[in-house]
Design a binder for this molecule. Structure first.
Ligand SMILES: Cc1ncc(COP(=O)(O)O)c(C=O)c1O
Length: 387
């Protein structure tokens, strides 16, 4: 073999005796086949086989299998972001003339996708009160093919009666997808309640370090997985094994991270209720939170994200006070090691139940810093807000 050929033919070395706890990062575009016949027959390799790097490597399959086990599903598809997971379900299962129901507190970009992309293509959407429960039956018509659930909802944290909504949707023949990002599969398992799709923004708790973007869809039924497989193939969508390797590292510590941030967020939420500039604390673990009883009944605990409704007038000094924070960072997304605060435009994003509070809604995400440092920083900021 000449040098140039040798350069591109890596020697095969023994792996005997090599047992690592880490999942190797397998990168590939090309997958090679042992003979021409197996190349011709590659489409028969099924969900778990390998045909082309875009459609999966052992690294991506490992995370898919892990999420499938955690959610109790049949398969999982990985996509480039949490929003891509939502878009993929909407694109795959809705046809012109169909309709989807989304909750009023849905993650904003899902509503934008319905308005900006689906609507001009003849796919309608209805927006429902997240506290509607079994009453969703009255919102479902013959065109309604999909009911979208997000619980607790973005920013305002209402916890939905997920089993009641799923039961009503199923009896009307509609599919149900549940954005489970706040809870993660450790705190809630939508498929166990009859949902067809469990959606996770892996960007948050599973990644856990604010350094990757990924999403997942875990399926209750293999036929649904097949439909998404074709759309992913046709659109040329896959994920990078390097991102997935980070997520595989992140998921190992998710349990201890979640338990910690959940406890801190519950303590902060309870104590902030009596703060002079706070009108309301929105946290599923508080009895005052809409749907608290459903959280208690259905979920195994809290994660680190909750919101504060500040008293009107507090906004006057808010920008300066936020900028002077020492430990909390200002930013969107959450589930990483760093604590975050972000203002959210709730009023503009609610159409079914107009948001009547005049005060700013501040989303708080608890990270892994020392609890007393966080409390000092947050209360120092709130102390600067005259009301
Ligand atoms: C509830 C929820 N779902 C989905 C997403 C989208 O995730 P990604 O940022 O990975 O697109 C977010 C992001 O903030 C979210 O909060």
């Amino acid at each position: 073999m000449h040098d140039l050929t040798q350069c591109v033919h890596h020697p095969r070395v023994s792996t005997e005796g090599y047992e690592s706890l880490a999942v190797p990062t397998y990168r590939a575009s090309t997958i090679v086949y042992p003979d021409a016949k197996s190349f011709s027959n590659r489409s028969g390799r099924g969900f778990d086989g390998y045909t082309y790097g875009l459609h999966g490597t052992p690294t991506t399959r490992t995370l898919e299998a892990q999420l499938t086990l955690l959610h109790g599903g049949v398969r999982t598809a990985l996509v480039p972001s949490g929003q891509a997971a939502a878009a993929m379900i909407l694109l795959t299962f809705l046809m012109p003339g169909d309709r989807v129901l989304i909750p009023d507190n849905v993650y904003g970009p899902v509503r934008y996708f319905c308005n900006d992309y689906l609507k001009p293509r003849g796919i309608d959407h209805g927006v429902y009160d997240p506290m509607i429960g079994a009453g969703i039956t009255g919102e479902i018509d013959a065109r309604t093919k999909l009911v979208w659930i997000e619980s607790p909802g973005s920013a305002t944290m209402e916890v939905q009666d997920v089993p009641a909504i799923i039961a009503a949707a199923k009896s009307a023949g509609a599919l149900v997808a549940c954005d489970n990002t706040w809870a993660s599969p450790l705190l809630f398992k939508p498929l166990a309640h009859g949902a067809d799709f469990a959606v996770e923004a892996l960007t948050k708790h599973i990644g856990g370090h604010s350094d990757l973007l990924l999403g997942s869809i875990t399926f209750a039924d293999i036929a649904l997985r097949q439909q998404v497989k074709l759309v992913l193939r046709d659109m040329g969508i896959g994920v990078s094994p390097d991102e997935v390797a980070l997520a595989l590292r992140g998921i190992e510590t998710m349990g201890v991270r979640l338990r910690h941030v959940g406890r801190v967020s519950e303590r902060f939420a309870a104590d902030l209720q009596s703060h002079p500039v706070v009108e309301r604390v929105l946290h599923p673990a508080l009895p005052s939170c809409p749907g608290h009883a459903f959280w208690k009944r259905d979920m195994a605990g809290s994660s680190g994200v909750f919101s504060l409704v500040l008293k009107p007038g507090a906004e006057a000094n808010l920008e300066r006070a936020m900028t002077e924070l020492q430990i909390f960072a200002i930013g969107a997304s959450w589930g990483g090691t760093r604590s975050l605060v972000a203002t959210t435009a709730v009023k503009a994003e609610r159409t079914v139940n107009p948001w009547t509070s005049e005060g700013t809604v501040l989303r708080v995400c608890i990270g892994l810093e020392d609890e007393s440092d966080l409390w000092t920083d947050l209360t120092a900021m709130l102390g600067k807000l005259a009301v």
